[in-house]
Ligand binder design. Structure first.
Ligand SMILES: N[C@@H](CCC(=O)N[C@@H](CS)C(=O)NCC(=O)O)C(=O)O
Length: 201
């Protein structure tokens, strides 16, 4: 498999998940400004939206969108236990969290990362991100994991996005439960290996 990534972007989530499962894959860097793959190929032929992640399977077919990619990775290696079994309520809870992260939480950051966003748009985005962080901090007060009772791909996805506020000037010390949660996940060997491979540590 080939996972198309940009260092530190949301593609870090499937990158960590692949390392959790021990699947064989190559991480291929994409320049999001030029939409060129590190080999010089046009990334738009892989994902016409130009966004990472994209996962090209050994069959040559490509999956896009984080929730689908993360569930696919989890389902390929059930022994890694990164997602509850199909058909269980826990499974739908996981899908609910992945959908929330991919739509609501991720999108709240976009104006903060977009060059040329107006100050007004940035302020509104920063407020929205902080509101989400406050709610997530409360949610994780007495919980070890984000979706259900076990570690899952939702924890990996949330962990990756919780690395972003510090890059846009949001002080994470206001969210102590999230800090403790991230500290626990950061201990996982898969996380350290993926961060190193992306040149982030
Ligand atoms: N809905 C997509 C969003 C992916 C996305 O926005 N990726 C960002 C990096 S975190 C990206 O590729 N941005 C480049 C761009 O929008 O041009 C998903 O959840 O996979």
């Amino acid at each position: 498999m080939k996972l198309f990534i940009s260092p530190g972007a949301c593609s870090l989530a499937p990158h960590i998940a692949l390392r959790e499962t021990g699947a064989a894959f190559d991480a291929v860097k994409v320049d999001l400004a030029t939409r060129k793959v590190e080999t010089g190929d046009d990334f738009l032929t892989v994902n016409p939206s130009g966004k990472v992640p994209a996962l090209t399977l050994d069959s040559g077919e490509t999956l896009t969108e984080n929730p689908a990619i993360l569930l696919y990775i989890a389902d390929q290696k059930p022994d890694a236990a990164l997602a509850p079994r199909d058909g269980t309520l826990e499974r739908y809870r996981l899908i609910s969290r992945l959908s929330f992260l991919g739509s609501e939480f991720h999108k709240a950051f976009v104006p903060l990362f977009t060059p040329g966003s107006s100050d007004e748009a940035k302020l509104a985005a920063s407020t929205a991100v902080k509101n989400h962080l406050g709610a997530l901090d409360k949610e994780l007060l007495d919980k070890e994991h984000y979706a259900g009772s076990e570690f899952s791909v939702a924890d990996i996805y949330l962990f990756v996005m919780l690395g972003w506020p510090a890059h846009v000037g949001i002080d994470m010390s206001a969210y102590p439960n999230l800090g403790a949660y991230c500290g626990r996940i950061a201990q996982r060997p898969s996380v350290g290996a993926a961060l190193k491979a992306e040149g982030l540590v």
